[in-house]
Design a binder for this molecule. Structure first.
Ligand SMILES: Cc1cc2nc3c(=O)[nH]c(=O)nc-3n(C[C@H](O)[C@H](O)[C@H](O)COP(=O)(O)O)c2cc1C
Length: 185
């Protein structure tokens, strides 16, 4: 186990937490909830796994905002967990551009990004999240078919249901990246 590494997760209904725990099991790296306010600057390797809500990543800003990065000593890996299909490059670009606004510039510039798919169960959603999805679906449904993205169509098709895309094999690229040799500057 690498004691100078940490996996931090930001999760509301458990998908990002599930991935973080599996990554911890596979790498031996300690896993911590972002609510415990770990300080990323204290580690050589930081993995952040967080779920997406309207483009924002759970706990990300709070975790990184007080860290004024001065060097490239820490390796940073950020993995999003959402419903959008990460095999579509458009979706990944969209996620990364939203994350740019949530991270200090030095962290965003040096981080490596990964994209995972989570689980969405309407029965478990809070009233607020149900209302957000209802409004989103109403907004999308008002668009002409040709103006809808694949992501839009998927949101409408899965509305009110339970969809589970959790796939531990999708952690493989992140596990490989963590195993790459690391030379401190
Ligand atoms: C209100 C709401 C907004 C969401 N926004 C996004 C989004 O912008 N992009 C995305 O890919 N998934 C989005 N999702 C899906 C969640 O990211 C997905 O369910 C994820 O697995 C939740 O992770 P968690 O269980 O760790 O909180 C949204 C879900 C809800 C309920």
């Amino acid at each position: 186990m690498d004691s100078s590494a940490i996996i931090i997760y930001g999760s509301i209904y458990g998908s990002a937490r599930t991935y973080a725990l599996e990554l911890g099991r596979r790498t031996g790296i300690r896993v911590v909830d972002s609510k415990e306010r770990p300080a990323p600057g204290c580690y050589d390797t930081v993995v952040y796994i967080g779920s997406l809500y309207a483009g924002g990543m759970t706990g990300l800003e709070k975790t990184f905002r007080s860290w004024d990065r001065k060097d490239d000593r820490t390796r940073i890996f950020i993995a999003s967990v959402g419903i959008a299909d990460p095999s579509k490059e458009d979706n990944c670009e969209h996620i990364r551009s939203s994350l740019a606004g949530q991270l200090p510039a030095g962290v965003y510039r040096t981080a490596r990004f990964f994209h995972l798919r989570g689980c969405l169960d309407y029965q478990l959603l809070s009233f607020r999240h149900k209302a957000m999805m209802w409004m989103l679906v109403r907004m999308i449904s008002g668009r002409r078919a040709k103006d809808m993205s694949d992501e839009d169509r998927q949101i409408v098709e899965t509305y009110g249901k339970r969809v589970d895309f959790i796939d531990f094999d999708s952690l493989d690229p992140l596990v490989r990246a963590l195993a790459e040799p690391y030379h401190q500057a």
